[in-house]
Design a protein around this ligand. Structure first.
Ligand SMILES: [Zn+2]
Length: 218
């Protein structure tokens, strides 16, 4: 049986992702997500341990759906969808971070991940937010809000880590944010703003969508 045959079979979790609800559409849009460096965080409901949930009766863990989509059905002796990033508890559902493991392999990895610095703790949007909060909030409070250490916050603020995203290091004033949001895209598209402010086009999109600088009121 091929992977796509399996995905249509009754036992497949992927086969349950039907309909036009926001959650189903989000999952389908991210099945082929191929960014390996970042965690992909589930933006909807999560269980008490932080894992993303989909559907009803029964609810299904989203990371298992993603793992199945990418890797096919779980081998009999490897029933657990394990995160290479260690961020299952933060709602990571990145298919590239998931593989089937045995219970003991998974526990061993989780133990090891708990003892070494995590590589995939933050998303680009979160890094933007952290940068924007420099000198606006106390580092210990920012750290608590994003679930990382204070030293991570200081390193980001000092520009010592996440340097590959350095192009977007610019801090916007609230007036600039309002200007970007208030200007109709026909009048000035994201590319023009990105040139004007020296940031990536995706940064402008995130500002417009309210994913970055969400606290700035119109
Ligand atoms: Zn991840």
């Amino acid at each position: 049986m091929t992977n796509s045959d399996f995905h249509r079979s009754a036992t497949s979790l992927v086969s349950r992702v039907v309909g036009n609800g926001a959650t189903a559409r989000w999952i389908r849009a991210h099945f082929d997500y191929s960014e390996t460096d970042w965690c992909l965080l589930w933006p909807f409901g999560r269980n008490e341990n932080g894992y993303g949930l989909f559907g009803d009766r029964p609810k299904v863990k989203v990371h298992r759906i993603m793992c199945e989509y990418r890797n096919g059905p779980p081998p009999e002796k490897q029933p657990e969808a394990a995160h290479s990033c260690g961020n299952g508890h933060l709602g990571c559902v990145n298919p590239m971070h998931l593989s089937w493991k045995s219970r003991s392999e998974n526990l061993k990895e989780m133990y090891q991940q708990g003892r070494k610095p995590m590589r995939y703790k933050l998303t680009p949007v979160q890094v933007d937010e952290i940068r924007a909060l420099k000198n606006r909030a106390r580092p210990d409070e920012i750290a608590k809000q994003f679930g990382v250490t204070q030293s991570t916050i200081r390193e980001i603020h000092a520009g010592r880590i996440w340097k590959h995203d350095r192009k977007d290091h610019r801090i916007f004033t609230e007036d600039e944010i309002r200007l970007i949001r208030a200007t109709h895209w026909r009048e000035k598209n994201a590319e023009k703003f990105s040139k004007e402010f020296g940031v990536s086009i995706s940064t402008i999109h995130r500002i417009r969508a309210g994913d970055s600088y969400g606290w700035v009121t119109p």
